[in-house]
Design a protein around this ligand. Structure first.
Ligand code: PMP
Length: 429
């Protein structure tokens, strides 16, 4: 334990000195992570943690999956980098493999190195295809930390830029349990969809290029829309010739119990963006679209690292294993298992105001007296869970949503242990 303190402390001091100060970390006493094995992370003292946040939805196969590691090592020994101006095979094979799992007619991809870059590329593609330059996005959404990605982001915490890009109109996300229009799902008139129509008329030229949406808002606090939302939204957007871009950076590749989250509602967006889990821990981003829309982007495009051989073989291996081991169904089944345990906790403690999510993407909203967001208690629980050996996430505009996004290889016992420990910590508050 002493060694942990000394090590963490010296790393924190160096971090404070040499990194740009915006780089923050979770926890008052952050462990220094030195190793990952399957669902576990191991710190410098040898303490083991169940990683139930997967590096924010990245480690779908857990840490250092032997087959992914072997594929990476083999590729590193053979060919590491050429850039996309040279012909290599893995990049093309990856595009083919993605076409096999993307919904509907989405069959053409462009690879880059991060989710932010993927959204930048999708915005460019939408502009090229429509000849327009305005965008719509959700309040409480998150699309990246580049100039445009941040401007498309509707969470004040992540909108650091005091001079965001113009031409972006924010609309309220569908959040039935906390309906911004004070309506009730089941008897409402989808005022949230009308709001998009009104926003286009009142706050844009009437010709936005595209609307960015997260199918489930991740950093926004695991907000799941009602099934009618996207089909109805499509009808409105079609009136204006506006494309729909689904940012599946966080929700993609099995996380929610479907390969892509939009499949829950049989909805095919015009463009999907992705990243995170596909790379198996290597940096990746991509945007994918239909044949028709892809034809609008013919001037030379390149990416130094996009689809590089090491990342491409890692991603190919991730996709192969997810399909071979049917991890998408596993995500749906284990998600229901986890959800039942979390709902059980919610029934017994007033602190837990809501449980929501799909598959292995679940959030637990904590509210205090007068339904006020319990951000400090959330921090306390997060730290206590870490001390007990469980790593969770924290999301939501008020930072009060405990978030589970475990590797898809997690098992029932691990989820049960985590839920039992969470219950004990909440009981002892
Ligand atoms: N979109 C979503 C939905 C995300 O969750 C994130 C990252 N959390 C991004 C985009 C940005 O991805 P990256 O950090 O890889 O640039």
């Amino acid at each position: 334990m002493e060694r942990l303190q000394a090590n963490s402390q010296s790393v924190i001091e160096k971090k404070k000195r040499y990194l740009i100060p915006c780089m923050f970390h979770f926890y008052k006493n952050p462990p220094l992570m030195v190793r990952g094995e399957g669902v576990q992370l191991i710190d410098s003292s040898g303490k083991r943690y169940l990683d139930l946040y997967s590096g924010v939805s990245v480690n779908a196969l857990g840490h250092c999956h032997p087959e992914v590691t072997a594929a990476i090592c083999e590729q590193v020994k053979t060919l590491q980098h050429t850039t996309s101006i040279y012909l290599t095979e893995a990049l093309v094979d990856l595009a083919e493999a993605l076409a096999g799992v993307l919904p509907g007619n989405l069959s053409r991809s462009f690879f880059c190195a991060s989710g932010s870059e993927a959204n930048e590329g999708a915005a460019l593609l939408a502009t090229l295809h429509t000849g327009r330059n305005e965008f719509l996005a959700f309040q409480n959404g998150l699309h990246g930390r580049t100039k445009l990605g941040m401007s498309l982001t509707g969470l004040s915490m992540w909108r650091t830029d005091p001079h965001p890009v113009g031409g972006i109109t924010m609309v309220p996300p569908p959040h039935c349990k906390q309906c911004p229009f004070g309506q009730k799902y089941g008897i409402c008139k989808f005022e949230c969809v009308d709001a998009v129509d009104k926003a286009i008329q009142s706050s844009t030229s009437g010709k936005p290029a595209a609307m960015f949406v997260e199918p489930i808002q991740g950093n926004g606090g695991i907000v799941v829309p009602p099934p009618e939302y996207f089909p109805r939204l499509r009808t409105v957007l079609n009136k204006y010739g506006t494309l729909l871009i689904a940012d599946e950076v966080q929700t993609g590749i099995g996380r929610t119990g479907k390969m892509y989250c939009m499949e829950h509602w049989s909805f095919v967006p015009d463009i999907i963006t992705g990243g995170k889990a596909l790379g198996g821990g290597t940096p990746i981003g991509y945007f994918a679209t239909s044949d028709l829309i892809a034809q609008s982007y013919t001037r030379p495009g390149a990416s130094t690292f996009g689809g590089n051989p090491v990342t491409a073989v890692a991603a190919l291996t991730v996709l192969r294993i997810i399909q071979r081991d049917d991890l998408v169904s596993r995500s749906a089944e284990l998600g229901s298992f986890l959800r039942a345990h979390l709902e059980n906790i919610a029934k017994r403690y007033a602190l837990v105001a809501d449980v929501r999510g799909l598959g292995l993407m679940q959030g637990l909203e904590l509210n205090g007296a007068g339904r006020k967001p319990a951000a400090e208690t959330t921090d306390f629980v997060l730290e206590a869970m870490k001390d007990a050996g469980f790593l969770l996430g924290k999301t939501g505009p008020s930072r009060n949503v405990l978030t589970f996004m475990p590797p898809l290889i997690v098992n029932e016992n691990q989820l049960r242990d985590a839920a039992d420990t969470l219950e004990r910590i909440i009981r002892e508050l």
